[in-house]
Design a protein around this ligand. Structure first.
Ligand SMILES: NC(=O)C1=CN([C@@H]2O[C@H](COP(=O)(O)OP(=O)(O)OC[C@H]3O[C@@H](n4cnc5c(N)ncnc54)[C@H](O)[C@@H]3O)[C@@H](O)[C@H]2O)C=CC1
Ligand SMILES: O=C(O)[C@H]1O[C@H](OP(=O)(O)OP(=O)(O)OC[C@H]2O[C@@H](n3ccc(=O)[nH]c3=O)[C@H](O)[C@@H]2O)[C@H](O)[C@@H](O)[C@@H]1O
Length: 461
């Protein structure tokens, strides 16, 4: 029976996942450790570093009882009999595989630290999303410890989506656990199964070999992203043929073989994982000599880039081919609603495109601080940080963002946007008052009755 869990990495996955494991297993001590002292300090307050509906309530129930956040990584490793690695695995920005392969340096550092510090047997669980066969590298590093500790490596990818993390963790469609098909490997799989079985029905806990588990995670994200790119490709066709994308999505989604989820056309998918995981898949296919397969998945990303670019270009074309000196209000910066995460958000690319055309952008997002927005733009390096701050203004009042604007662009599907006083917003805008709904969440008919010129994804008006 597992008594002590250590999770290395207190991010969007490590924090919420461990909070739920601790909540449901009061007899297991769960230590979440991180090198980022600021993040750990925040986890120990009520201002958590991650915004997720319901997360604070879960953390408050377990924190100080059997859930602890700490910067002492070595102590966490020493005490644990099961260690989760939940560190970031971004796309490599240098060297071999630059721009595509996953950067595994943080994972490798964790494995090396475990190897160095551990004196007793441990089960090491890959929670981070990793390229297929990474467990082999981890095993190799762990086997060079020089002491008698023995290790089992499991793959237990996480399928939660941001904004619904707590619900996804409490009621997962499935939990996936991969391990070696040896007696020791199967015993380790069973240990982890028992941790989840505290609240997940056994039939939803899938046990596989290591490589299937690692590859299933990349495949799941690739399939999900592929659906969005597929529907977004059709949205472009709708706009020129007078078909309506929401009607088409509904009509095809009612076929139970296709299913209705993940068919919402948008300004383009964002988030920390879809793009990086598909790029990683593409890299793996090339590495293993499968260029046709690589080209197939690459197209999902290419279409997404096209969709973001198309949205921004449509704004410029509609505003009489220039947005130079014009105030454009952007509502939403997060990559989806109910999160403060902005990684790879379509907002960044749309803003960058409009700034290239000399727009003055005013942004409002209910959860994203100005600091993150500027960090996102500065990271692109398209222009100087001073220029970014000169032409992009962040406000805390959506009505201020829209006042005197030539156009409004809806980037994130925050529910509150639907409840705004659109009549009031219209009155205070420059005319013609354009609205570009990148999420198709507003009542377009009503907006047109007010006087707005509405443009939306997959609609020909
Ligand atoms: N964000 C998401 O919704 C999901 C992410 N994933 C995967 O989970 C992994 C983690 O993602 P996030 O939690 O979003 O990342 P994150 O960036 O929010 O958190 C990672 C944390 O690991 C810490 N860290 C890095 N190296 C460390 C080390 N050597 N020792 C101690 N701490 C270290 C960082 O300081 C950071 O706080 C990634 O592989 C990602 O692909 C999987 C499913 C969902
Ligand atoms: O590995 C990961 O990181 C996670 O990636 C996604 O979760 P997440 O990125 O948090 O959020 P999603 O709900 O998948 O949305 C991703 C992006 O696609 C967009 N989207 C989603 C659905 C849709 O129909 N249309 C659409 O444009 C969203 O607005 C968002 O920008 C997956 O849904 C999770 O299962 C997975 O664990």
């Amino acid at each position: 029976m597992v008594k002590n869990i250590c999770c290395i990495g207190a991010g969007y996955v490590g924090g919420p996942t461990m909070a739920v494991i601790a909540l449901k297993n009061p007899n297991i001590k769960v230590n979440v450790v991180d090198i980022n002292a600021e993040r750990i300090a925040a986890w120990n307050t009520d201002e958590l570093p991650v915004y997720e509906p319901g997360l604070l309530e879960v953390v408050k129930q377990a924190r100080g009882r059997n859930l602890f956040f700490d910067t002492d990584i070595e102590k966490g490793i020493r005490e644990a009999d099961m260690i989760f690695i939940s560190v970031n695995t971004p796309t490599k920005t240098y060297g071999l595989g630059k721009g595509r392969a996953a950067d595994l340096r943080y994972v490798e550092l964790c494995a090396r630290q475990i190897a160095e510090v551990a004196t007793t047997d441990k089960i090491v669980v890959e929670k981070s999303t990793l390229p297929v066969r990474t467990a082999q590298a981890i095993k190799t590093i762990l086997s060079e410890t020089g002491n008698k500790a023995r290790f089992q490596v499991l793959s237990n990818p996480e399928f939660l989506a941001e904004g619904t993390a707590i619900k996804d963790l409490l009621e997962p469609d499935r939990v996936l656990i991969g391990g070696d098909q040896t007696p020791e490997g199967l015993a380790a799989i069973e240990e982890l199964t028992q941790v989840y079985a505290s609240w997940v029905p056994r039939e939803r806990i899938i046990q596989t070999r290591l490589w299937s588990s690692e590859l299933s995670k990349l495949t799941a994200n690739a399939f999900l992203a592929q659906r969005i790119s597929s529907i977004n490709s059709i949205s472009a066709l709708c706009e020129v043929t007078d078909a309506d994308i929401d009607e088409v999505a509904y009509a095809i989604g009612t076929d139970s073989r296709i299913g209705s989820k993940f068919l919402k056309a948008s300004v383009g998918f964002g988030g920390s994982c879809f793009q990086k995981d598909i790029l990683n898949l593409v890299y793996l296919c090339e590495f293993f000599g499968l260029p046709e397969v690589a080209r197939y998945w690459e197209q999902v990303i290419a279409l997404n880039d096209y969709q973001k670019r198309r949205f921004a270009q449509n704004i410029i074309h509609t505003l009489f081919n220039t947005v130079s000196g014009k105030k454009i209000a952007m509502l939403g910066w997060a990559f989806k609603k109910d999160t403060n995460d902005t990684r790879e958000s379509a907002a960044i690319y749309v803003a960058d495109h409009l700034l290239n055309d000399m727009a003055n952008i005013w942004v409002y997002d209910p959860k994203v601080p100005a600091k993150s927005m500027f960090a996102d733009l500065d990271y692109l390096g398209t222009r100087s940080p001073e220029e970014n701050r000169k032409h992009l203004t962040v406000v805390t009042d959506p009505y201020e963002a829209c006042r005197d604007a030539h156009a409004i662009a809806i980037i994130t599907e925050w529910d509150e946007f639907k409840t705004y006083d659109w009549q009031r917003i219209y009155v205070n805008m420059k005319k013609p008052a354009f609205i570009f709904d990148g999420r198709n969440i507003l009542d377009h008919k009503k907006l047109m009755e007010i006087g707005f010129k509405v443009k939306a994804i997959g609609k020909s008006y």
